[in-house]
Design a protein around this ligand. Sequence first.
Ligand SMILES: Nc1nc2c(ncn2[C@@H]2O[C@H](COP(=O)(O)OP(=O)(O)OP(=O)(O)O)[C@@H](O)[C@H]2O)c(=O)[nH]1
Length: 305
Amino acid sequence: MELKDRYYTVLDSLPEHTFIFSESGIYIDVYGGEDNATGFDCKQFIGSSLYDVAPAEMAETFHSYIKKALETNQVQLASYKFDTDNMIDLPDDVIAPEQIWFEATIKPIPLIENGERTVVWIAKNITERHLLEKRLKELSETDDLTGIANRRAFTERLRGALKQFQTDRTPFALLMLDIDHFKQINDSLGHYCGDEAIQFTVNLLNEKLTGSDFFGRIGGEEFAIILLHSGIESAYQKAEELRLSLESSRFVAEEKSIKLTVSIGVTEVRDSDDNIKSIMARADTAMYHSKKTGRNKVSRFSSCR
Ligand SMILES: Nc1nc2c(ncn2[C@@H]2O[C@H](COP(=O)(O)OP(=O)(O)OP(=O)(O)O)[C@@H](O)[C@H]2O)c(=O)[nH]1
């Protein structure tokens, strides 16, 4: 075999897609990529421009990586996805994959083509890893029993809401909720029914929330809700609505019909809040005020002393 043929054989056996791009975004050469299992052959793009092949925004982004690699003479890393809505122009007989994630390394190479500098672009299919990472992230942020945010994810979101408030004054309110006399449910019906009572409460309250509200389980039978764009009065009304809907429903277990209730504390973000502890402490104080003054109640922090 001639040396040139040997080199081509080796290049075409590379497991990842390996592209040579010119400075202006022309596909100079395409090698390998069998292991990426995309189902289509990129060799057909040789001679075309990125702008002929990919949607404008994507071509623009890809081109910016090429230019940056050449300007800085440094390796660039990129991750991106192809999906049915955002796909390079495939031949008619090729079905676009639902979603493929790639991680690419872009490196300037000492090769001039038609008077232009060039880069090598090596793209690896990382879809499996990406989906696994996404799933692990979801699991680490979700409460097992109820499927809503766990304490960590909730406090993270609260931190985000406070940051937003500090940036553009977007107001928000915080509700802290605790199921009343929950120990009695565990003691009389058992822990398993206690778990079901928690699920029942969460499902019921969740139905009353909208897309911009954020619900989290921050303790055993303790929950919190962020109400974005809400002042104290509308938050109080919302809390009353939640309290009443639980009070008027019945949780059925072991052939018994049980009235569950919650005590709720309400506060709103203040200019003086420089971390989430102060907001959570106010909502907590208000919630304990509801407990101390009879339970199945809503209290605003401002009126609980
Ligand atoms: N079944 C079940 N019970 C839990 C879970 N997390 C906490 N608990 C129980 O919830 C009960 C909470 O009891 P307390 O904090 O004494 O409060 P309470 O009985 O709800 O009374 P008040 O809050 O004062 O109205 C404890 O018995 C915990 O063991 C859980 O995930 N599942």
